[in-house]
Design a protein around this ligand. Structure first.
Ligand SMILES: Cc1ncc(COP(=O)(O)O)c(C=O)c1O
Length: 364
């Protein structure tokens, strides 16, 4: 063939023209601390049980999976507690898909989605994919979001949907229940609290799940990708009023959760305690990152997640490349003079901190 067709030659939807896809580098390096994965493999005994579940599942793979993923919804309701039942639960292939389905059901042409930037980079991409208009709100100093700051922007922009990331990615910033409740009261639209990293908050921190009773437009999304060390399995979920799950049934593809996905997730949830055993350790490494980054002269932000955003980086691209040359992959999230690093195992975290220390002094 003479000429290669490019994107520009295709009749792409107008609102997708000129956009770039999500593209965190996937490099095979010894120390990958760039996409907030749980760097601990799942425990061997749990892995054996999951394999047994998968072996059983393959015997029925000639049939479509349970379209209602009934056992999985029950297991997720039990895991979350808060008197939730399977009627309150929805799940999909990662919380990215859950959020996409929310936008398919409640967003779309002529509708708007408000988020408070800097926030999870997929929100605007999911908005574009569903032809929902993305509104980038702003935050207070140190990326905090007070009730007043949230409410004033909601009142001004009157969005159809609000995504509140709690704790926020890429900054790690916690979000108070007061801000969530105030945001809810300030809108007639859908409010999603994205709790992808909720399990890394200090023990005993109340979740937005506690706000669900009486708030039928509030959705709390979670994932098994982070604390559960299940990123490769692709299981995200949400809790909400049963009417919300009915709305999501209108847009989901039939049989969207494969037989294998359901079997693996059910087996993992039967071992929640073991699956979550590493959370304490990861919290410890996160807190260590904050202390030691400050000790090196950088400016880490407070974090309730499994990663730390730190300022004081003279040239983020240069530091990123220098670390990569040593086999350590972290993330340049596009915030001037900042980089983000995921808390790894003790060894991975040490390798990162030692390499950074060797690079010399940060800017003041
Ligand atoms: C805030 C937030 N929400 C959702 C996700 C999506 O996770 P998954 O699709 O693996 O459930 C991520 C992943 O990094 C995230 O940081």
């Amino acid at each position: 063939m003479e000429s290669v067709t490019t994107l520009d030659d295709l009749p792409l939807r107008t609102n997708l023209q000129g956009l770039t896809p999500y593209g965190a580098p996937q490099l095979h390096v010894p120390v990958a601390l760039n996409v907030n994965e749980n760097t601990h493999p799942i425990p061997e005994a749990v892995a054996r049980d999951i394999l047994a579940g998968l072996a059983e599942a393959i015997r029925s793979v000639n049939r479509y999976p349970d379209r209602e993923f009934t056992a999985l919804r029950e297991a997720l309701a039990q895991y979350l507690g808060e008197a939730l039942t399977s009627d309150n639960i929805w799940a999909a292939n990662g919380s990215n898909e859950v959020l996409q389905q929310v936008l398919q059901a409640f967003g779309g042409p002529g509708r708007t989605l408000l988020g408070f930037a800097p926030t999870y980079s997929m929100y605007s991409i999911l908005a574009a994919g569903t032809d929902t208009t993305w509104i980038a709100g702003t935050r207070d100093a140190d990326y905090e979001l007070s009730p007043a700051t949230a409410v004033s922007q909601i009142t001004r922009t009157n969005p159809d949907i609000i995504f509140l990331c709690s704790p926020n990615n890429p900054t790690g910033t916690p979000l108070s229940l007061e801000t969530i409740a105030a945001a809810y009261d300030a809108t007639d639209g859908i409010v999603v609290v994205d709790e992808a990293y909720a399990e890394f908050a200090p023990a005993g921190t109340p979740s937005a799940l506690t706000l669900l009773p009486g708030r039928e437009r509030l959705l709390v999304s979670r994932t098994m990708s982070k604390a559960f060390a299940f990123a490769g399995a692709r299981v995200g979920y949400l809790a909400a009023d049963p009417a919300v799950t009915d709305a999501l049934r209108l847009v989901r593809l039939p049989y969207h959760l494969s037989t294998f996905t359901q079997a693996a997730a059910n087996a993992a949830l039967a071992h929640s305690a073991e699956m979550l055993a590493m959370v304490d350790d990861i919290r410890g490494q996160r807190d260590r990152l904050v202390v030691e980054l400050a000790g090196l002269g950088y400016a880490p932000h407070r974090s309730w997640s499994n990663f730390v955003l730190f300022g004081g980086v003279a040239d983020p691209q240069q530091t990123f490349e220098a670390l990569l040359a040593e086999g350590i992959l972290i993330r340049d999230v596009g915030i001037p003079n900042h980089l983000r690093v995921t808390a790894g195992t003790e060894k991975e975290t040490s390798l990162f901190l030692d390499a950074l220390a060797r690079l010399g002094r940060p800017i003041n």
